[in-house]
Design a protein around this ligand. Structure first.
Ligand code: NDP
Ligand code: 2IT
Length: 453
């Protein structure tokens, strides 16, 4: 069997075994196809059955979460944690609270996390978890009661040297606080078991900003490769949560114009960009009040387009230089990609995880659009989580400047790694292939070193 046949045979096996997990199969297909050149050149990976092993989680836990709502009614949700790969460090990755959460989504996120974490150069394995609990419209007390019950089961599977969860969609500072408090009460230890903690009890400066800032630093490297930067560029952002907020802040700081934001109910168009005052309003509405972008739009006199995505709204208004998806998976499909290319888009940088469908990615690449893949571009969040773990272990805290500089250096290094491997394996400039290979070889070699576990 040659390398290509091996890759195809593993994709087929994974598909047969996990037929209903479409997001997981999408992620596996994307990664494995790009690994073909390294699989062909290095027979050891086939010999050690690395592709079969790396696509099967080391452990998966699925559990019931029972909690009581404000009306005294019992509610039941499903919680899960997928501990995907610990070859290079403890399992590490976020927790997602969203009604769409199922095993296929958590497995796609956990699988991506393996390679992303390896790219950061920090010692972190891959994992992901969450629940189909919907935080929208829930009171603080309901969120807390849900999370206490969620942690009553999760605590036995995690630990500062075992598995270190963090935030993702629907999980920010408030949620990490409730979970940390519950964990500490159960195990009677104050330890760095979660990242994204508040500053006064073990958090790191720059962690809230890290994913958005990091993706913007990565974008700057992409633009630099074409001899340009963000000044005067129109940037269409999607989402208005943690990643989008701090991407918007950094893009504006570096001279770009943020022309769109969105949430699950619709999008806004900002003809003159996002001012500091408007940004403060977005932060207050989404991060503090857990409210709706439409309320913010009304307050600031901005047009809100219900049910429309950011790409359509941006392209309908003319030129779009950069697309910066920062909401959720598969939010850019082939039609959206065509609209963006027609609107003159020169770069796509993925703040969210797997925001572009496979045919959208192909369309971007075929049309010469610079493509910054999620597991490289959005690795800044988990990178600063890794730095939070280091600070917790050392029991000290770095300054804002120190963490920001380390984040910047990591993002430049991730960009260079993608470039290096894209050239080494014959596809110069293909950052998707280069980043996938760069993350893969580190983990795969560690798996071989450690025997057939
Ligand atoms: P938040 O919960 O803070 O924000 C998510 C945003 O995306 C909200 O505006 C939300 O709208 C919108 N959104 C969520 N689901 C959908 C959907 N199905 N359709 C349309 N819009 C949706 O999450 P984050 O900002 O943390 O995460 C955004 C993306 O970035 C995710 O893909 C996540 O996996 C990824 N990511 C996050 C990292 C982090 O450190 N937080 C690190 C790396 C990647 P609404 O408010 O209406 O729900
Ligand atoms: O997708 C991601 O990288 C995250 N949600 C952040 C994970 C983390 O452990 O900080």
């Amino acid at each position: 069997m040659n390398g290509e046949e091996y890759v195809e045979s593993v994709i087929q096996k994974v598909t047969d075994k996990n037929a209903e997990q479409k997001e997981f199969l999408q992620a596996v297909t994307e990664v494995l196809h790009t690994l073909t050149p390294v699989i062909e050149k290095e027979p050891k990976y086939m010999k050690h059955k690395i592709l079969e092993r790396i696509t099967e989680p080391e452990r998966q836990v699925i559990f019931r979460v029972t909690w009581e709502d404000d009306n005294g009614e019992i509610q039941v949700n499903r919680g899960m944690r997928v501990e995907f790969n610990s070859a290079i460090g403890p399992y590490k990755g976020g927790l997602r609270l969203h009604p769409s959460v199922n095993l296929g989504i958590i497995k796609f996120l956990g699988f991506e996390q393996i390679f992303k974490n390896a790219l950061t150069t920090l010692p972190m394995g891959g994992g992901k978890g969450g629940s189909d609990f919907d935080p929208h419209g829930k009171s603080d007390a309901e969120v807390r009661r849900f999370l206490e019950n969620f942690m009553m089961e999760l605590y036995r599977h995690i630990g500062a040297d075992t598995d270190v969860p963090a935030g993702d969609i629907g999980v920010g500072g408030r949620e990490i606080g409730y979970m940390f408090g519950t964990y500490k009460k159960i195990v009677n230890r104050f330890e760095g078991v979660l990242t994204g903690k508040a500053l006064n009890w073990g958090g790191s400066l720059i962690r809230p900003e890290a994913t958005g800032y990091g993706a913007t630093y990565y974008l700057m490297e992409m633009l630099k490769s074409k001899g340009t930067d963000l000044k005067g560029k129109k940037v269409a952002l999607s989402g208005s949560g943690n990643v989008a907020q701090f991407a918007a802040e950094k893009v504006a700081e570096l001279g770009g114009t943020v022309i769109t934001l969105s949430d699950s109910k619709g999008s806004v168009y900002l003809p003159n960009g996002l001012t500091k005052e408007m940004w403060n309003g977005v932060y207050e509405t989404k991060a503090i009040k857990h409210g709706r972008l439409s309320d913010w739009a009304e307050k600031f006199g901005v047009d809100f387009y219900p049910g429309e995505n950011a790409w359509k709204i941006a392209a309908d208004h003319g030129k779009v230089d950069v697309a910066f998806p920062s909401a959720t998976q598969n939010e850019i499909n082939l039609d959206d990609a065509k609209k963006l290319v027609d609107a003159g888009t020169m770069a796509v940088v993925e703040g969210a995880n797997m925001p572009s469908t496979l045919d959208a990615i192909k369309y971007f690449m075929d049309n010469g659009v610079l493509f910054g893949p999620a597991k490289a571009a959005n690795a800044g969040g988990v990178a600063v989580s890794g730095l939070e773990m280091s600070q917790n272990s050392m029991r000290l805290r770095w300054t804002r400047e120190e963490v920001d500089k380390k984040l910047h250096d990591i993002m430049v290094n991730i960009y260079n790694t993608g470039e290096y491997y894209s050239k080494k394996y014959g596809h110069p400039g293909d950052l998707l292939l280069g980043s996938n290979i760069g993350g893969f070889v580190k983990v795969a070699d560690a798996m071989i070193d450690q025997g057939n576990y």
